[in-house]
Design a protein. Sequence first.
Length: 263
Amino acid sequence: MLHINHYYQPDSLEEAWQLRQKRGSAVLGGTGWLRLGEHTIQHAIDLSGLNLDYIQEKDDHFLIGAMTTLRELELCQPLDQVFDGAFAEAVGHIVGVQFRNCATLGGSVYGRFGFSDLLTLLLALDAEVHLYKEGWVSIERFAVRSQEADILTEIRIRKNREIAYLSERLNANDFPVCAVAVSKGKDGWRCTIGARPCRAKLVRLPEDTEGCDEFAIRKIAKKAAAAVSYGGGMRGGPAYRQAVAEVLIRRGIQALNAKGGQA
Ligand SMILES: Cc1cc2nc3c(=O)[nH]c(=O)nc-3n(C[C@H](O)[C@H](O)[C@H](O)COP(=O)(O)OP(=O)(O)OC[C@H]3O[C@@H](n4cnc5c(N)ncnc54)[C@H](O)[C@@H]3O)c2cc1C
């Protein structure tokens, strides 16, 4: 059970940040994760009065506020059109609709969970994370850091990559056994492998992945899957996860090649 000793709803990000500097403080997202287990938050900072719930489409990017829910990401039509359903595919398997109506983008990204579908997707899209004090940080850098006492305010995603998102689950709404996102843009191909069960990692694919034949795609997928390490667990051992990653990478490349054209 989660215990909160002092609850605050700040009127500004500066006030939220000042509160976050207190010992024993924590920001509240949707509290889906925070409510698990038995612990106490001395100073709980609720961001829900700061208008951080938005998805704004600009000419060449999206800006998404930290308090946007997973359900809003799942149902957003402009995101769906630009990224060919990848957001709905990435978050649509997480627990259930009621849960996704509460869980937030900010909590999901800030948590940098090893099983995270969203982190896997955002890494492949080369997204950027905005922290109130620090400013913009690439998600690649953000993903490998430990948790900092800053406020995640929004995420920027440029519209310059095509993407395919795939995951394998033992049951429809379980944590993934493995999650993969393959993307291509003018700067080449990238693939992220998440839920290994460690944090998602980025692997760059060869430039000639475009238009490869079946045999070459299998070789690329095998090499990419072998480029990261895997752990065991109740959902599968390392060898199984790697075998699944290889298949998902192959399917991701095939899906993007089938679409043809450059982003
Ligand atoms: C049972 C269960 C199953 C799940 N299954 C999956 C799954 O299959 N795939 C998947 O990807 N995810 C899964 N999740 C994770 C879920 O999708 C969310 O990522 C998770 O609940 C965190 O989001 P939240 O809004 O609830 O954050 P919270 O629980 O409120 O916060 C999480 C952490 O982020 C911090 N935080 C929150 N917002 C901010 C902010 N704006 N700035 C700075 N720090 C912040 C909090 O202080 C806390 O440390 C699961 C979660 C649960 C409980």
